[in-house]
Write a protein that binds this ligand. Structure first.
Ligand code: FAD
Length: 295
């Protein structure tokens, strides 16, 4: 099916974007790669008489260091993130995640900002970004604000972004020396049915001083595992899996999850525990299972 008629705007600056959004209100939507929005327009699930293409805003595609953060422009594509030397050096686990998203066509066109703003529940980035303590930067006509990724996604297709706001960047704290991180996911078709992120920081004696475990894709938002994190804290690195996987099993057994075309809630909970086990092993460099092979 073809989308209903719309007018395409190609602004060259953010103030121009905000003027267009002001002028057309609910009749307008911004878009970046179009990999989600254009499908919804063609299926006539959504319709906007005015589309505002962000692609000319090159400043929103930078990937750079700024103070204590790695700044990923909202318009950076998954492929660019996966192959960028700064990402591979400072955030290799996130670069690896990006390399596993979708297929090469979607990775080249689809952006991280579009992924987070669309908030399709079966997404890879939110769990690892939340575990790494990342924030999103939102800019509107009146100014900008930052919001933790953990709080930004509220549920299926629902975010903290307010009308008239554009996501300009994702800010990931530079990892402390020795930080170990990994994300693992499984999906029988396109998109993950369940994913898990493990981020652990040992001190000089090898004891865990910081642990973040997050589950993704099983419900509308990334879910933390606070009891599992507490169980890992203070443990020697070689004891972490033994110390926390039993608790993770109990915690994941009651985690919020939904039945959908990717499987039942129970199936996703089962997968989530297996993915956490693999993510933890991968973060510690002890992985034996094959990781997802990108298409
Ligand atoms: C076949 C297929 C397979 C996929 N597989 C995976 C997968 O395995 N894992 C995964 O995580 N994802 C997967 N995806 C989703 C993919 O990651 C997203 O489609 C992509 O990242 C969306 O980015 P985009 O720039 O194309 O968004 P667009 O389609 O341009 O926009 C999506 C939404 O975000 C809004 N938006 C976009 N950019 C901004 C911005 N800067 N500020 C404010 N609002 C904005 C738009 O208004 C729109 O509502 C898959 C998608 C497809 C089509």
């Amino acid at each position: 099916m073809l989308p209903r008629r719309f007018e395409l705007h190609r602004p060259r600056s953010l103030p121009e974007v905000f003027d267009l959004l002001d002028r057309h209100g609910d009749d307008a939507s911004v878009y970046a790669g179009g990999t989600e929005l254009l499908i919804a327009l063609k299926a006539r699930v959504l319709h906007y008489p005015h589309l505002v293409d962000l692609k000319a805003l090159a400043e929103l595609a930078v990937i750079e260091e700024a103070g204590d953060d790695v700044v990923i422009g909202a318009l950076a594509s998954h492929h660019r993130i996966a192959t960028h030397p700064l990402m591979q050096r400072l955030l290799p686990a996130y670069a690896e995640l990006s390399d596993g998203i979708a297929n090469i066509r979607v990775r080249c066109a689809g952006t991280l900002g579009g992924n987070l703003c669309f908030a399709e529940p079966h997404a890879d980035p939110p769990a690892l970004l939340a575990a790494l303590g990342a924030r999103v930067r939102l800019q509107g006509k009146e100014g900008q604000r930052d919001c933790a990724v953990a709080n930004f996604i509220l549920g299926d297709f629902e975010t903290e972004r307010q009308p008239g706001e554009v996501m300009t960047a994702i800010l990931v704290p530079k990892p402390a020396p020795g930080l170990q991180a990994a994300y693992r996911c499984y999906g029988a078709g396109e998109r993950p049915a369940a994913g898990a992120a493990a981020v652990i920081l040992p001190d000089a004696t090898g004891k865990v001083v910081q642990a973040q475990f997050w589950i993704g894709a099983v419900s509308g938002r990334p879910l933390p595992l606070p009891a599992t994190m507490a169980a890992a804290s203070g443990k020697a690195m070689h004891d972490v899996a033994e110390a926390c996987l039993g608790i993770a099993a109990e915690e994941i057994a009651v985690i919020e999850a939904s039945d959908d075309s990717h499987g039942s809630a129970d199936y996703k909970r089962h997968l989530a525990l297996t993915m956490l086990e693999r993510a933890l092993a991968a973060a510690r460099g002890h992985e034996t299972e094959a990781k997802r092979v990108p298409a």
